[in-house]
Design a protein around this ligand. Structure first.
Ligand code: ATP
Length: 323
């Protein structure tokens, strides 16, 4: 390989910039050329591609978001769209690809590889942590820190007014952020999509906490949960506990932004280098991740299979500490 293309796709995540920087700098280190593809697959189809030098990625390590910009592209889901994307890569002489994004973006990369055989390596860039083949995805740690910081502030109000707060965190169909935030913020309960908690159980938990004279009650709800979002659950609970002063906060997109944590900077930097070195060593159609502190390359089609589960131990710890 001589020319690597790099793009970020899907939802942005803190640390994507650190990953791009690492791809560019390590490619240069190994005397390869690098091209930045702007706005994900959409920019690839529209030929929004620019050669990158080391100086182009100065001062981005500490910035949230992605300077290459990200997008969701309907056209890339069509064979015609992917053909145009391939033609554009060829016109620039790009012979390898690094795709930084979530499971959708990596699904696209896998399909593109199968159709055109361009060596490609995916990097797990999503706050959701819902990719197998890595202990943590780029952005997950920062999102958890942001959620915990926000919940700490909500607790000040919750305890001053004896209120019951339902706080909804992101994570799509995965409860990783919720469980981390639940443990880290001392939540009364954590409701995640992977496990259904009947409202009756939640009510029991809240009543026993009232008996124990707990000063504040915060319930973390993962979006996309089987029992509904925070608003829906709060309404059900209100019916059982009409005297409670209940409030709902949806943290939303603030969890996506911000400067990446040291953990995410390190993870993104290591994975960026691993992507380039993997390509040099002939790896293709794999996702680079870190498991037990070691770089691991997992076939993309295994990484995107939805079998990563919230750690049983984490869930147990959250339960024990919420009594
Ligand atoms: P996040 O987890 O943060 O939402 P994501 O990468 O999962 O990120 P998606 O919107 O699912 O986000 O996917 C990003 C883009 O990847 C899509 O807009 C589309 O261009 C491409 N993509 C996703 N699935 C496919 C598919 N099955 N075939 C081709 N391209 C796809």
């Amino acid at each position: 390989i001589t020319r690597i293309g790099v793009l970020t796709s899907g939802g942005d995540a803190p640390g994507m910039n650190a990953a791009i920087r690492a791809v560019v700098r390590s490619a240069k280190y190994y005397n390869l050329e690098v091209f930045g593809i702007f706005r994900g697959y959409e920019g690839l189809i529209q030929n929004d591609i620019k050669k990158l030098e080391n100086r182009d990625v100065a001062y981005i390590l500490e910035r949230g978001g992605t300077f290459l910009k990200s997008a969701r592209s309907q056209e890339f889901r069509t064979p015609e769209g992917r053909q145009t994307a391939y033609d554009n890569l060829k016109s620039h002489g790009i012979d390898a690809l690094v795709v930084i994004g979530g499971d959708g973006s990596l699904t696209g990369a896998h399909l593109f590889y199968k159709e055109f055989g361009i060596p490609s390596i995916g990097l797990p860039g999503t706050i959701d942590n819902d990719l197998s083949g890595t202990d943590s995805t780029i952005g997950f740690d920062t999102a958890c820190n942001t959620a915990i910081e926000a919940i700490d502030k909500i607790r000040d109000t919750a305890s001053s007014h004896d209120r019951l707060f339902f706080v909804e965190v992101m994570g799509r169909d995965a409860g990783f952020i919720a469980v981390n935030a639940g443990i880290g913020s001392g939540a009364a309960a954590t409701l995640i999509p992977e496990r259904k908690m009947p409202v009756e159980n939640l009510i029991e938990r809240l009543k026993s906490r009232a008996k124990a004279k707990k000063q504040s009650n915060i319930v973390i709800v993962a979006e996309g949960g089987k029992s509904g979002g925070a608003l829906e659950i709060s309404k059900k609970v209100k019916k059982f506990l009409p005297t409670y002063d209940i409030r709902v906060t949806i943290l939303g997109h603030l969890q996506r932004g911000g400067s990446p944590s040291s953990f995410d900077r390190l993870l993104a930097s290591k994975l960026g280098v691993a992507a380039v070195e993997g390509l040099i060593h002939g790896k293709e159609d794999v996702m680079a991740g870190i498991i037990n502190n070691k770089i691991v390359y997992t076939p993309i089609k295994r990484a995107i299979v939805d079998d990563k589960e919230v750690d049983e131990d984490d869930f147990r710890v959250a339960k024990i500490l919420s009594q």
